[in-house]
Design a protein around this ligand. Structure first.
Ligand code: SF4
Length: 277
């Protein structure tokens, strides 16, 4: 890195720190919630790391927070609904790229790429067909720190942290494929019918146990641990029974389990960084 680049980065760090503080004060006034110093420091660290990783994209964004709307949709049960999404657009020379920012971990996005592919292709459809705008590429920006980086951070292992930081690839290209757009829109319609029809059945316990898990944690741990409905959810109760068949069941431990202090702090950071971005 040249001296000039080092100086520019130091100036940008200063700007991020000031803007972060301003946004934090605004968030506190809006929501009335304060962060512990640890969580605040980690959130700031994440914003800085995120800038270093995606400097090119950040400096070339031409349209931020573009609201995409697909009105006039109808569900199978005849309910009217509108699909909305927010994306960032980079126009560089003759190329246009659409980015969707997600607070998820990059590995999780890669392992579940079809979920993101479906949604982003609907946005691409709105952009190209309704807005009649050119589009060359779509991609997800996954802002959460990778689990391995968090593990290294928890262990205080600077060398491993640097290695994980170098390996972190938060930009994930999403193939453009318009063949499933109608199917995805119909899926949105089914979700609207379920919500409006007050059909909130939890998934089968097999989903929570998720033996074919593509992410590091089971659904019952990764998702249900953050769900307030778990205290009265039959699927979660069965999940606890099933995963403790050998050792015996301690429901109290499960219902009081929100993850370790670090994991709770990391989830809070994800929320804070999103609000600040
Ligand atoms: S605990 Fe919550 S997230 Fe998990 S299955 Fe039940 S309702 Fe769904």
């Amino acid at each position: 890195m040249t001296e000039e680049e080092r100086q520019n980065l130091a100036e940008m760090d200063k700007w991020i720190e000031e803007t972060f503080e301003e946004n934090y004060i605004r968030m506190r006034m809006d929501g009335g919630h304060a962060l512990t110093p640890d969580v605040k420091e980690m959130a700031l660290e994440q914003v800085k790391a995120y800038y270093r990783k995606l400097r090119d994209v950040a400096e070339n964004v031409t349209d931020t927070e573009v609201r995409l709307t697909l009105p006039g949709q109808q569900t199978n049960d005849g309910r009217e609904y509108t699909i909305e999404g927010i994306v960032d657009i980079v126009r560089d020379n003759d190329r246009t790229v659409m980015y969707d920012i997600k607070t998820h971990e990059a590995d999780y996005v890669r392992q579940n790429i079809e979920l993101y592919e479906n949604q982003l292709n609907v946005y691409a459809h709105i952009w190209q067909n309704l807005r009649q705008q050119e589009l060359d590429e779509t991609a997800i920006i996954a802002t959460a720190f990778p689990n391995k980086l968090l593990d290294a951070r928890r262990a205080g292992n600077e060398a491993a942290m640097q290695r994980q930081m170098d390996e972190w690839e938060p930009l994930i290209p999403i193939p453009m494929d318009q063949s499933k757009v109608d199917e995805v829109i119909a899926d949105f319609g089914r979700i609207v019918d379920s919500i409006e029809g007050k059909s909130f059945r939890p998934p089968a316990v097999e989903v929570l146990v998720d033996e074919t898990a593509r992410s590091r944690e089971k659904f019952g741990t990764r998702v249900c641990r953050n769900c307030d409905a778990r205290f009265s959810c039959g699927a979660y109760r069965n999940f606890v029974v099933k995963t403790n068949a050998r050792t015996g069941i301690d429901f109290r431990r499960y219902y009081a389990d929100f993850g370790s202090d670090e994991e709770v702090a990391e989830r809070t950071v994800v929320g804070v960084v999103t609000a600040i971005e």
